[in-house]
Design a protein around this ligand. Sequence first.
Ligand SMILES: CC(C)(COP(=O)(O)OP(=O)(O)OC[C@H]1O[C@@H](n2cnc3c(N)ncnc32)[C@H](O)[C@@H]1OP(=O)(O)O)[C@@H](O)C(=O)NCCC(=O)NCCS
Length: 141
Amino acid sequence: MELLLIADPSEQKVRSYLSESRCFVASSDGVLVGACVVQPLGEDAYELMSIAVEPGRQKSGHGTALLKWVVDFFREEGAQRMEVGTGSFGHQLAFYQRQGFRVTRIDHDFFVKNYPEPIFEEGIQLVDMLRLTREYAGRPA
Ligand SMILES: CC(C)(COP(=O)(O)OP(=O)(O)OC[C@H]1O[C@@H](n2cnc3c(N)ncnc32)[C@H](O)[C@@H]1OP(=O)(O)O)[C@@H](O)C(=O)NCCC(=O)NCCS
């Protein structure tokens, strides 16, 4: 939970999707360094609900390794697509797009309407959510 709250500040929200999701963790030398939660969206679609790496271990490749592993895992499960919602700015956008996610929709005012407190990143208030989709069909591994 400590890790998941780095990606989503609302424990209530995190708990609301945990029971229907699968949680994957990354460890380094036996220490848990990252976590990722994925929820089914239908028969062959999934939503990446959360991914986080412990702050002191970020920028060391753990997040990319975990994301790649999870994307491959769901390809093996027969997924046609994986979606994720993220803020409209910041390094997370590049992080997902490097793994083949593309922007497919904008949820205007999502972070204002769905969280009781304003959320700031890099000094900028998160307002709109970008929805990104990773299509599997026809994409090389
Ligand atoms: C997003 C996150 C999971 C990436 O994990 P990570 O282990 O740091 O990622 P990697 O080390 O694989 O780095 C991926 C790229 O992002 C960059 N990056 C990671 N954190 C960064 C930061 N805080 N600021 C700028 N760039 C950053 C890395 O430099 C790297 O870029 P490069 O390949 O050009 O060097 C991690 O930063 C995190 O937990 N962030 C807080 C939670 C969060 O925002 N989750 C996503 C919610 S949508």
